[in-house]
Ligand binder design. Structure first.
Ligand SMILES: [Zn+2]
Length: 294
């Protein structure tokens, strides 16, 4: 029986780049240092953004870096029935409502929060009866402060109603929203610890509230620094981050460990030895929460 189950959950929107490798290595080392499991989940529900072949490419790259995951990898696209069941549970508990507002309508009648426009509540109390037209499903957010203690970033607080607003769980085009999928999947896999990039810190209060609504346990969170370019943008496919170089794995892995405040001895030149050394010397409390410019 393992008391630590962690995971890495890349989106197959392109090749693994240095930033996603950092999240992979950080979550791997934290799991291994706890003698825990490290699971792999491919987050492929945002189908218009999925790039054919990149899931396989990501798995091959992880293996090339010696980052072997436990159990069989899972795909969000194969779990949509569970998302549907979760939404039905929320419907039965009157925690969600259908919404027919267009993006433009919301922009015109609301103001910007910390992550986009705050939903102005237009459909929340309207009790839409005609559900034949395309509609999204939104979660009713409470006007209260959510607090959690991130193991790297420290105490975090967010008022969901005032800073985020009622957020979408299922889009009008039928696609499942990231926030619902990630919470259902983590609960299904009995994830106890989430280690990921701090670009997702802003989503955590939403996910904790969803866990509460669905009766799921709350995992422990640790948000790693992210790699940014000279203008402060996160390395990503959008900012044209190059794929990690699988021709010089030791050098790339050592650089990644450096980002995680680990300086392995020069003489280590085998991937498995390097990962073992890093696991033995892993100290999450040494990791800075400042983003890293590359
Ligand atoms: Zn609406």
């Amino acid at each position: 029986m393992s008391y630590y189950i962690g995971r890495f959950a890349p989106s197959p929107t392109g090749a693994l780049h240095a930033g996603s490798l950092l999240a992979a290595v950080g979550s791997y080392l934290e799991a291994r240092a706890h003698q825990g499991k490290w699971l792999l989940r491919i987050e492929d529900i945002d189908t218009p953004r999925v790039v054919s072949g990149s899931a396989t490419q990501i798995l091959n790259t992880l293996e090339a870096f010696g980052l072997y995951w436990d159990e069989t990898e899972t795909f969000q696209s194969q779990n949509t029935e569970r998302y549907h069941a979760a939404l039905m549970q929320l419907q039965q508990n009157d925690l969600v409502f259908p919404c027919i507002c267009s993006r433009k309508q919301i922009q015109q009648s609301s103001h910007l929060g910390i992550d986009g426009y705050i939903y102005p509540g237009t459909c929340r109390n309207k009790a839409l009866t005609d559900l034949t037209r395309a509609h999204a499903w939104r979660l009713k957010t409470p006007d209260r402060i959510f607090t959690f203690n991130d193991r790297i970033v420290g105490i975090q607080q967010q008022n969901l109603a005032r800073e985020i607003g009622d957020f979408v769980l299922k889009r009008a085009d039928g696609l499942w929203a990231y926030q619902l999928a990630v919470v259902v999947d983590d609960a299904d896999s009995e994830i106890t610890h989430i280690v990921r990039g701090n670009d997702l810190l802003i989503s955590t209060a939403r996910q904790i509230y969803l866990q509460q609504c669905l009766g799921y346990p709350e995992p422990v969170y640790a948000h790693l620094p992210i790699l940014v370019n000279a203008t402060g943008q996160k390395l990503s496919k959008q900012t044209l981050a190059p794929a990690v170089d699988t021709q010089s794995i030791i050098a790339v892995l050592k650089q990644t460990l450096k980002y995680l405040s680990l300086c392995p001895p020069h003489e280590i030149d085998q991937i498995s030895d390097l990962l073992q050394w890093a696991t033995n010397n892993w100290h999450i409390e040494n990791i800075s929460y400042n983003n890293i410019t590359v």
